[in-house]
Write a protein that binds this ligand. Structure first.
Ligand code: NAG
Ligand code: NAG
Ligand code: NAG
Length: 458
């Protein structure tokens, strides 16, 4: 009886086999996987399979095998519900922030034998289920513990055969690897430099030696490095106090302008009132960078390469009065981004490629509800038909004949600060819900405002 069932199943499944797409170099990549795919879901899975990679199910878990494919990054169209992502032997050089965050179910990530020399701090954001991370045989010289913080379940970490540069910047990672509970994290990894530590295992290293040798490199903001070789790689997360100038008079100012920063520095002093981060190369603002900068009144992010701002990026900036985002690459604001800015007065937005489609509506709603905010530079750059229009005018035409704008004019300054954001959010939601076009997608309307974070703060 059982045998019969099995034979029947095999017969049924066989016709599906030819549909199994294979990547260009699938011969090597499929070693050991061929023929193991069995199960009902397969035909469906195969259909949404990407061209390059091979997706299969084994023991109820989904694998995406993209090994040996000359890849330099992950692709947006890969299935998001996979448990295991195999990327060994590709050409990845940098692990970017949020690179894997769409794969929320991921349990293992195999990145061995690439050319990875840099891991951005948010590279593993969102991988809360990840237990196994393989980074051996790459070009990593340094990394901080912070990189691993988004991985609460990590139990296996392989980082051997990387040219670890055992200097102060590695301290937090080494300390973390040496915790007794981290038995399977970082085994066999060794220092490649400096000469004095060469060959020593990270697991066994005397952490104090790491920072002993290179105080000058780390501690001094001013002056050249006196020939001290900075770790030539990765400024993983540059530290504000070493990279930037701080002034206490006339007002506490942190000036990180023109420092070639790719990220917001890590140890922002908490008592700073003005922060100049202009003229750097920051692309994304991740949540809660400024959480401790509670006194900040002016934040200058102009002339960076900002493309996206996470929803809670401005969390904690309760007293921010002026925000300069001019000369960046912003297309729109994500829903909720501005909710933390109770006291904002001035918002500079010029020189960004604002796209006039429904994504821009949140910004306009927020501005309507905060008439005390003086803003500049909100001009559509795309699509062609609205190019050069004021964004408000575009939104008006979008809303068309329905004169519901009057509703917002009753709202007071909106800058009272003590008015809860929840009220405002409800107004926004009420407005969008009653709108003729229902132009905000469903998930935006149902979104709970950020108020909890704010309350916890204060
Ligand atoms: C920060 O320093 C730059 C020079 O590096 C200077 O041009 C700029 O005005 C300074 N910013 C502030 C707010 O003082
Ligand atoms: C921000 O910095 C840019 C360039 O460094 C400067 O031109 C601009 O005036 C600053 N914005 C504010 C609000 O201080
Ligand atoms: C805008 O930013 C670019 C670099 O991102 C810089 O070269 C240019 O001078 C900036 N323009 C203004 C007006 O500040």
């Amino acid at each position: 009886m059982h045998l019969l069932t099995i034979i029947l199943l095999l017969l049924l499944l066989r016709p599906a086999e030819p549909f199994r797409r294979r990547g260009p170099r699938s011969g090597a990549a499929e070693r050991g996987t061929g023929g193991r795919v069995r199960g009902r879901g397969r035909a469906g899975l195969m259909r949404r399979q990407t061209q390059e990679c091979n997706e299969y199910v084994e023991a109820g878990e989904k694998y995406l095998d993209c090994q040996d494919r000359q890849l330099t990054t992950v692709m947006q169209d890969w299935p998001k519900d996979i448990h295991h992502l195999l990327l060994a032997r590709n050409k990845i050089q940098v692990l970017r922030d949020n690179m894997f965050s769409q794969f929320t179910r991921l349990k293992s990530l195999d990145l061995q034998q690439n050319d990875i020399s840099m891991v951005e701090v948010g590279a593993f954001t969102g991988l809360t289920q990840l237990t196994t991370l393989l980074l051996q045989h790459n070009g990593l010289k340094t990394a901080s513990e912070e990189v691993l913080l988004p991985l609460p379940r990590l139990t296996y970490l392989r980082v051997y055969d990387n040219p670890w540069s055992c200097h102060c910047s590695l301290e937090s990672l080494v300390t973390m690897l040496q915790l007794p509970s981290h038995r399977n994290l970082g085994n066999y990894a060794k220092c490649a430099e400096p000469q004095s530590l060469r060959g020593q295992k990270l697991k066994k290293l005397n952490v104090e030696l790491l920072c002993a040798g290179d105080n000058q490199v780390i501690g001094r903001p001013e002056g050249p490095d006196r020939g001290q070789p900075r770790p030539p790689t990765i400024k993983l997360k540059p530290e504000a106090t070493s990279m930037c100038h701080t002034y206490m008079f006339p007002k506490p100012l942190l000036n990180c302008s023109s420092k070639d920063l790719n990220n917001i520095p890590s140890d922002l002093p908490s008592d700073i009132v003005k922060m100049d981060l202009s003229r750097n190369n920051i692309k994304h603002l991740r949540p809660k960078h400024f959480l401790l900068s509670k006194d900040l009144k002016l934040l200058n992010l102009s002339s960076n390469s900002l493309q996206s701002i996470d929803t809670a990026a401005f969390a904690g900036l309760l007293y921010l009065r002026e925000l300069d985002l001019s000369n960046n690459s912003l297309h729109y604001f994500q829903y909720g981004v501005l909710e933390d800015l109770y006291f904002l007065r001035k918002l500079s937005l010029e020189n960004n490629p604002w796209i006039c489609d429904y994504n821009i509506h949140y910004l306009i709603y927020w501005l309507k509800h905060h008439p005390g905010v003086l803003y500049t530079g909100l001009t559509c750059s795309a699509p062609q038909e609205f190019r050069g229009w004021r964004v408000e005018d575009y939104v008006k035409t979008y809303n068309g004949e329905c004169p519901k704008d009057r509703h917002t004019e009753e709202v007071d300054t909106g800058q009272g600060g003590q008015r809860g954001t929840d009220n405002e959010a409800q107004e926004v939601m009420g407005e969008t819900a009653e709108g003729p076009g229902d132009h905000l997608p469903q998930h935006l309307k149902e979104k709970t405002p950020n108020k909890f974070e704010i309350i916890r703060l204060s």
